[in-house]
Write a protein that binds this ligand. Sequence first.
Ligand code: PGA
Length: 301
Amino acid sequence: MASGAAGGGKEERVLLVGGNWKMNGSVDLIGQFGREDSIVSTEGVQVLVAPPSLYLVPAQAVLSPRCLLASQTVSEHGRGAFTGEISASMLMDVAIKWTLIGHSERRTLYGEDDARVRAKLCTAWAAGLSVILCVGESLQVRSQGDKAAEAFVCSQLEASLAPASGGAAATGISFDNPRPIEKDEDEAISGHDAEPAAQQHQRLVIAYEPIWAIGTGQVASAAAAQRMHAIIRHWLAAQFGPSLARHIRIIYGGSVTAAGAEELIQQVDIDGFLVGGASLKPAEFGTIIQTVKRQKAKGVQ
Ligand code: PGA
């Protein structure tokens, strides 16, 4: 599969830079983010922050509408006796419209297998949330070579997004029944002059995060990341058609820093970042955002 083959269309995609605070942060850090001028969405680059759920509402008060807020996970259940969990409809109730799903730490530390990731995705999607679906291979899989890593990532996509085999049972997400996007959300996505038409493909973002790169300081090379992003876009094209695949954002995560962002964001299929450790430093996170905005302004082939 030619690695750049599916890369066309980057200039049409709104890039996205997300900060995943994990179990870090404080009211003070929210205040620091509020004072950092570069942490702000523009027409071509969305900024998203995913603090611990306790801080979502306080962060919203300080940061909205400058950036989007996301939960780091969401329950696959609608409501009920699930101590400690947060439902998709609760997030929507307090106007938190984004969630991460399937982060590798949820998968490895909390036993979220593909079936649960899929259930969470379906529940979140049906409730109207926008989703960043995280996928990525372990070091053990990567050590078996590119093909093994690609097959693994495609199997994660398949398990989460493909229609269930055997007919009438739960299907993966569908782009056929548009939820009307509210005005403020639409503006954050596409700028103030945007058409109000719902853009369902904007509600799904794939984050490619090789596990061996997360929190290790070992970033995937730009070429290797591009190669996997192209594979993911090919998979999306086969699943949803080339037009949707052209518009769905695929972002990279795994030890992204201000220093490494420049080369990665130049790749035709890399549409932004999910940043962990470096997103806890407002100035560095702001620099990464500025790098992405500069690339957006330059235009991409
Ligand atoms: P990292 O984390 O940037 O600290 O590697 C990325 C992530 O887990 O999303």
